[in-house]
Design a protein around this ligand. Structure first.
Ligand code: NAP
Length: 503
């Protein structure tokens, strides 16, 4: 199968190296920019098919972990060549299936490529340690070993790069995988697995099952799955951890949502502050895990900042993802429209002063898709207000005044999340203050709070992540470190002076 077939794509599971129609009900993937366009028709995996997928991954595991790490890496080199050759067709498929604009889709394919290149590059780097022993004749080593079968469960908003953040380190280290993409982006998930097949990953090493949350939950409930690598909302991540709590040898890596923020200090360069804030709040229509739902602005700068920010937000080109001039496209589906509209209304009820009244765009150019325009409001930080604490995942942003850096840090930390932070300042003491005082996983200075690179750890704190970062950081999760001690002496001598005479 090629990576991208003609649309609508015939959806199939991929089990034990075979593409299967599946026995379950069918569901459609549609273009959020033109809802009448069907991208593909996919089978919902049955319990028996999920079971077969886990069996296939279990059966393939012993032979796969015994292959050389360098051999496994070379398959990733082949995958990199295939991704390079298919970048444009994959980007177009992604734009049509998830509504992100072409430039962002290309950037995401390239981010996935970077992960594959990173994995290939690390294969010849040291993968363990040599340590001293108390006994001179003993050599002690730490070796990394794979954990077994991984379930990879991913969201719709980064349907190529995020799966590769997880598949890359897992497969390189000798684990086998059952992958369930989001039901909103099964076509791009299937295209990725078709590339892995073409790169030569053996049957059973990577398996694909389509379907909704129930399919993910069947995988999570299966005790033969050693690792659950999940990216998505806090609610689902918390459920996965709850189900896994009784399985003592189960490891879960959960990367979840956020209420990220930009802090615009009193000395900020305004041009930079406005550009960084627009990108943070409205790129991908606010549907990045790191999107800024809050912009904290020093009270002395709020009037001029708000005026320029709102002026620019009003003029953003929101339109067809395939049109290179579009800044951003639609939101993912009708449920997202309902959720964002709910939070826009909640912000009004909680005392927000609306500066730009966003909502569903129903003019001729937009009415066939799920387009939402930016909603901007000014609000004083107060305890218990939900609209400035909960993740909206859409073009909805609060401008919140502060008077001191201490107050800004306290407001920043006053959510259950801790993922991304941007500080706009010229003051190196202020930068350090926010770095030390705020709870975040990715911090930026004079930049937007979006824009990850794969060789940096990607993970949040509090309800944003459970301390097992993705991308380059994932090697710690997908391997365990085994101690290995070898005696080169002719007799047994023990550490700590332990006696060995048997008389
Ligand atoms: P989601 O609803 O949590 O879904 C994520 C994945 O989990 C999907 O494949 C989903 O399947 C599956 N799922 C749903 N219920 C499940 C269950 N009970 N057991 C196992 N799997 C289940 O998230 P989303 O709407 O796709 O994505 C948006 C969320 O992801 C936002 O909160 C965003 O902040 C977060 N996100 C976080 C990061 C990060 O690295 N921190 C990156 C990107 C996105 P279906 O989609 O088929 O229902």
């Amino acid at each position: 199968m090629t990576a991208v077939t003609a649309l609508p794509m015939p959806g199939k599971h991929y089990l034990r190296g075979r593409w299967l129609e599946g026995a379950g009900e069918r569901f459609e993937s549609r273009n959020p920019a033109r809802w009448s366009e069907v991208i593909g028709i996919f089978p919902q995996a049955t319990a028996a098919e999920v079971d077969q997928a886990v069996c296939a991954a279990r059966d393939a595991y012993p032979a796969w972990r015994r292959t050389s790490r360098i051999y496994r890496a070379e398959l990733f080199d082949r995958l990199a060549q295939l991704i390079k050759a298919e970048t444009e067709s994959l980007a177009v498929l992604m734009a049509r299936e998830c509504g992100k604009v072409l430039n962002e889709c290309r950037a995401e394919i390239i981010e996935g490529l970077h992960m594959v290149q990173y994995v290939f590059g690390t294969a010849r780097m040291p993968m363990g340690e040599v340590l001293a022993s108390e006994i001179a004749e003993k050599d002690a080593y730490v070796r990394r070993k794979p954990r077994g079968v991984a379930a990879v469960i991913t969201p719709w908003n980064f349907p190529f790069a995020v799966p590769l953040w997880m598949l890359g380190p897992s497969l390189l280290e000798g684990n086998t995988v059952v992958y369930k993409p989001s039901e909103d982006t099964p076509a791009i998930g299937q295209a990725l697995v078709a590339l892995l097949e073409r790169a030569g990953f053996p049957p059973g090493v990577i398996n694909l099952v389509h379907g909704a949350g129930e399919v993910g939950e069947l995988l999570v409930r299966d005790p033969r799955v050693n690792l659950v690598l999940f990216t998505g909302s806090y609610e689902v991540g918390a459920r996965i951890q709850q189900i896994s709590a009784g399985m003592v040898d189960r490891i879960c890596a959960c990367e979840m949502g956020s209420k990220s923020a930009v802090i615009v200090c009193a000395d900020a360069r305004l041009d930079l502050a406005v550009t960084a804030s627009i990108l943070s709040a409205f790129k991908t229509s606010g549907q990045r895990c790191v999107s800024a739902g809050r912009i904290l602005v020093h009270e002395k700068r709020l009037e001029e900042f708000a005026q320029r920010f709102v002026e620019l937000a009003r003029r953003l080109n929101i339109g067809d993802p395939l049109d290179e001039r579009s800044f951003t496209g639609p939101v993912i589906n009708e449920a997202a429209v309902r959720k964002i509209s709910y939070y826009n209304q909640l912000a009004r009820e909680e005392g927000g002063q609306v500066l730009l009244d966003g909502g569903r765009m129903l003019d001729e150019a937009h009415r066939d898709g799920w387009y939402m325009s930016p909603f901007v409001y000014r609000i004083q930080h107060r305890p218990q207000i939900r609209c400035i604490r909960e993740e909206v995942f859409g073009p909805h942003v609060a401008l919140i005044p502060f008077s001191t850096n201490e107050e800004a840090a306290a407001i920043y930390n006053d959510t259950d999340y801790g993922l991304s932070l941007a500080v706009i300042t010229e003051d190196y003491r202020a930068m350090r203050f926010f770095r030390e005082e705020c709870d975040f996983g990715m911090g930026y200075v004079n930049l937007p709070c979006i824009g990850a690179e794969v060789h940096l750890p990607f993970g949040g704190v509090k309800k944003s992540g459970n301390g097992r970062p993705s991308a380059a950081g994932l090697i710690e999760t997908v391997t365990h470190r085994a101690a290995w001690t070898v005696n080169h002496g002719w007799e047994i001598r023990m550490a700590q002076g332990l006696k060995t005479d048997l008389d």
